[in-house]
Design a binder for this molecule. Sequence first.
Ligand SMILES: [Zn+2]
Length: 262
Amino acid sequence: MTDPAVHEIYAVKYGQNLTGLRGHYFMGPDGDPHDEHMQLDYFVWVIRSPGQDVLLDAGFTAATNARRGRDHWEDPSRAVTRIGVDPASVPFVILSHLHYDHCGDLDPFSSATFVVQQEEVAFWTGPYAARGEFARYVELEDIQRIVRLNFERRLLQVDGAREVVDGVWVQRVGGHTPGLQATFVRTAQGIVALASDASHFFENVEQDRPFAVHADVVDMYRTFDTMNARATSGLVIAGHDPAMFDRFPAVPGHEGHVVRIA
Ligand SMILES: [Zn+2]
């Protein structure tokens, strides 16, 4: 790994939700065992090149968990130190979207620029943000922090597509939230698509089954196509799937916590 434009990718788990049912996560069809239990894991991703770690998503903290009652293991900024990430020196944290489980632990990334879609910021500071089916997935304090970071000139608001560092691109895809972005990373195996919540489980993108929480189902289907088309490695990585630990090798010493994707 000497080419700075070719990256390694690690998924770092910092918690889980053991109380969910399939019916919470999948729309139709009739006959789906909607009352079956389904585990959902919480991850952040480390995109590593020589001398530089870029983060995708920043999870949520123990303080937020006290209100939401998930099985929170550790703050994401601490979890990533397992593989040597120094949060204070991370130059970019890509925020896939602004739901509470993706943008809650920003403060330890004290020198980072946070990369988010302009449309996502506009939505959560706009007229529909406070409506019930949207508001319950965000923390007001997280949105306030985003506004403050913008005034501190530490928010990079992307209008559509952008290369963040050499070999790492974001692209607005929408669907789950209006300004959701997917991340594409050049690796030794080709381009890997990091879906985050553009595909919570592998079943979403692989079996063409939209997630139950959405702003636009058409965008959600289109996003499956976009990710499949761009991922020359054949890898479209789901955002919350416990199967991560079956599909990819654990980092020795951190079994059950960190896997290497590419
Ligand atoms: Zn999520």
